[in-house]
Design a protein around this ligand. Structure first.
Ligand code: FES
Ligand code: FE
Length: 446
């Protein structure tokens, strides 16, 4: 596949080769060239506030322990014993004085250094140099506004540069919700899907009206138009439904950034002109916060995505989509709340978060079934040959550039998905960081 990358993703035609959702060789390339190099979200600093606090986080096919050090700094190292590979920690999070491997008892300090080996003098005759066998550390670790990231690549640009304006804005939208802290516990579950289906869905405003019909029906999300739920348009025209869940005069705003980050959502500036003044999403930031977020932040109210797999839900959550094999993805949900909110507000926020996404979330269970079926039905020998389509808005919508934003004259399109696949293809070429930056710079297309 390495020499067929141009055929795998054709941005011009809006077509994707379905092999990318099931091919093991492509998956291995992704692990190496994307997850082996990118800055990946690990956890929020409030999850490990005290010395010895740890949190196990995935980095591609590897697992690392993120640990608060004695001096207050944070380090991360692989959760695999340098002796014979056993996990040195079996818990997902907690607090420790050190990590003792349960196989033969090698013991590692909070900094990952090897500090104890049973039988060091009797069995090893004091010839084992402990300083040579620490737990393998990540190459770089940093945090942005409390969100901790790491990369296995020493040559990766600094985190803030990697995030760029698009990735930073995604995290700002969460950080500006108050003095935030992570809600204890991360919701985790498994979907039998290729991870990329979960990623392109972040920008998919086309599916809610069909996929989430039951969520509309029970009032979990506000009904898009009266006749939508009443049955008129939906039941009579069926598949030719012309009533979208977003008002037709609403514009879509897309902000894309280097390395593949993207935000897509309803253009808040076009809400005023929308018939009936309907607000498609319940939340909006307070005026003073909008000022802090700047023009972009107050205009883009959609779903930010930090490449490769961090989805910020500006409703106060962050989701990791963890690829475990071509057909299996773990979904992790981190929820955030304002430390200073009242107990009632905290409970209401959490209840809303749990009921939308995660294992008990109506929306995500509906999404998950589609992703699993899309994975299953695109991997057949013949089914693989049918092109995957992302053509909506391609060459048909007017795109106006405004200060780094692309304003598109329709509420729904597939530009942000295409941007993400374009970036995905460029990562797989394994270019230098500078080449990658150049090739994923917002340009003529977006
Ligand atoms: Fe960890 Fe042997 S594998 S001590
Ligand atoms: Fe959905």
């Amino acid at each position: 596949p390495a020499d067929q990358l141009d055929e795998l993703v054709s941005v011009e035609r809006g077509e994707i080769d379905r092999r990318i959702f099931s091919d093991q060789e492509i998956f291995d390339m992704e692990m190496k060239h994307i997850f082996g190099r990118a800055w990946l979200f690990l956890c929020h600093e409030t999850q490990i506030p005290k010395r010895g606090d740890f949190f196990e986080a995935p980095m591609g096919s590897d697992n690392v322990l993120v640990v608060r050090q004695k001096d207050g700094s944070i380090r991360a190292f692989l959760n695999t014993c340098s002796h014979r590979g056993n996990a040195v920690c079996r818990a997902e999070e907690g607090n420790v004085r050190n990590f003792m491997c349960t196989y033969h008892g090698w013991t590692f300090g909070l900094d990952g250094e090897l500090i104890g080996v049973p039988g060091k003098s009797i069995f090893y005759k004091d010839k084992l140099d402990l300083s040579k066998h620490p737990l393998r550390k990540v190459a770089q670790l940093d945090s942005y506004r409390g969100f901790v990231f790491a990369t296995f690549d020493e040559t990766a640009p600094p985190l803030e540069e990697y995030l760029g304006p698009t990735g930073r804005l995604g995290l700002d939208l969460l950080a500006e919700r108050g003095d935030i802290e992570a809600v204890p516990g991360v919701q985790k579950f498994v979907v039998k899907t290729n991870w990329k289906f979960t990623v392109d869905n972040v920008f998919d405003y086309y599916h809610p009206q069909i996929t989430h019909m039951s969520a509309f029906a029970v009032g979990l999300i506000p009904a898009p138009a009266d006749d939508f739920v009443e049955g008129g348009a939906m039941t009579e025209t069926g598949a030719n439904l012309e009533v979208p869940f977003l008002p037709t005069d609403l514009h879509n705003v897309v902000m894309v950034g280097e390395y593949g980050h993207a935000i897509s959502g309803p253009d808040q500036d076009s809400l005023e002109v929308t018939a009936g003044g309907r607000e498609p999403f319940a939340w909006r930031y307070k005026p003073e916060t909008q000022e802090k977020l700047g023009h972009h932040g107050s205009r883009v109210a959609g779903h930010p995505h930090i490449f490769p797999t961090t989805w910020v839900n500006a409703g106060g959550q962050l989701s990791l989509r963890v690829p475990r094999s071509p057909g299996v993805t773990e979904i992790w949900w981190f929820s955030f709340r304002d430390k200073n909110a009242s107990p009632e507000e905290k409970a209401a926020t959490l209840s809303a978060q749990i009921h939308f996404f995660g294992p008990a979330g109506l929306l995500e269970q509906e999404d998950g079934e589609n992703w699993a079926q899309s994975t299953l039905q695109t991997r057949g020998t013949v089914s693989r040959e049918v092109p995957q389509l992302l053509k909506m808005g391609l060459g048909t919508s007017e795109i106006v550039k405004d200060d780094g934003l692309a304003i598109i004259d329709a509420p729904i399109n597939e530009h942000a998905q295409l941007w993400t696949y374009h970036a995905w293809r460029e990562w797989l070429r394994n270019p230098t960081w500078e080449e990658l930056r150049q090739r994923t710079m917002p340009g003529d297309r977006l």
